[in-house]
Design a protein around this ligand. Structure first.
Ligand code: ADP
Ligand code: MG
Length: 312
């Protein structure tokens, strides 16, 4: 018999119910949870949460050191999602990877939201057409999701626009706490639908506007850190692509070169596996630059935004 969370010492029926409601419904999810989160959700003391987590770690195959060969085998499960542009796909080594966070950052109008729409459409495409045949979750923080745009892009790919729209689930996040909550709830959706793409557009805008001033910076970074790890966990558990957008701010201390920096500092920089910087160029063109990849060379390429969507 497979172990359930009730088998963990200290988890009675009431606690189990609370844990289940919050998505902590198997041993593995509890084994990788943070004591603070678990305590908050189930209403138990942090000390008790630590005991439950430790017990779950004993039962769960949390993983010890793995050989390079074992990791290579796990990486074989990784799938790559096309962006619609073969230039950009090539720069990314074939597309956006599952089990990682890919961040697109750039100024207003640089095409971040357009790319998110295109990724959503592409993920719904059948596997024969390089899609994931999957439903999509979008956390929309700036109210920029446009079904009309999905219809245009779906038509351009010979997809049924209504069926495509039906597979894209959008939640509007009204503030940063709501955004964090929606990311936590994503697992509920993943149990009901096959979700291989989760989009947050934009990752940082609420955090940026709500936590202003030096005094609140630490709290902002802490929340952003937790949020990004929730996203990464979702990507790992459900073998999903996590695509997020980020704004830039000008660094007034830079006199030479590009003064634009992504928001979110080290936290976002370290948690996103792939970072792409988008810059406007002439006539619908955008320059996409890959920054900080664990195994791909830095480089840049040109993509085009047309009515049909993202192309070379
Ligand atoms: P960001 O999210 O980075 O602020 P967007 O992704 O919203 O920027 O990009 C907006 C730009 O995308 C517009 O300025 C326009 O150049 C382009 N765009 C939007 N819709 C279309 C369309 N239907 N056809 C062609 N280009 C479009
Ligand atoms: Mg946008």
């Amino acid at each position: 018999r497979e172990l359930t969370i009730e088998d963990l010492p200290g988890v009675g029926d009431a606690t189990a119910e609370k844990l289940r409601e919050s998505g902590y419904d198997d041993i593995m999810t509890i084994a990788v949870a943070s004591p603070k989160d678990l305590a908050e959700i189930s209403g138990i003391a942090e000390g008790a949460a630590i005991k439950i987590i430790n017990a779950a770690r004993k039962y769960a195959d949390v993983g010890n050191f793995e050989t390079g060969e074992e990791i290579l085998n796990k990486r074989k499960e990784i799938k790559k999602l096309t962006t619609g542009s073969s230039n950009l796909d090539n720069l990314l080594g074939g597309g956006l990877e599952t089990q990682s966070i890919t961040e697109f950052f750039g100024e207003f109008g640089s095409g971040k939201t357009q790319i998110m729409h295109q990724l959503a459409v592409n993920a719904t495409m059948p596997v024969e057409k390089n899609g994931f045949d999957s439903d999509v979750l979008i956390i929309d923080t700036e109210n920029t999701f446009r079904p009309e745009r999905i219809i245009q892009m779906a038509r351009a790919k010979d997809l049924d626009p209504d069926q495509t729209l039906e597979r894209i689930h959008v939640a509007r996040a009204y503030n940063s706490h709501h955004q964090i909550l929606l990311a936590e709830k994503a697992a509920d959706m993943a149990r009901e639908y096959k979700i291989r793409l989760l989009i947050v557009d934009s990752l940082t805008s609420h955090f940026r506007s709500e936590y202003v001033g030096r005094g609140s910076l630490a709290e902002r970074q802490q929340l952003l850190n937790r949020h990004m790890h929730d996203l990464l966990k979702f990507g790992t558990i459900y073998n999903a692509v996590i695509a997020v957008t980020n704004q830039v701010s000008a660094n007034p201390a830079v006199f030479f070169g590009d003064p634009m920096n992504p928001i979110g500092g080290n936290i976002v920089g370290h948690t996103a596996t792939f970072r792409i910087y988008l810059r406007k160029a002439k006539a619908g063109k955008r320059i996409a630059r890959l920054i900080d990849s664990p195994y791909l060379p830095e480089g840049e390429t040109v993509i085009t935004i047309t009515e049909s969507g993202i192309t070379d």
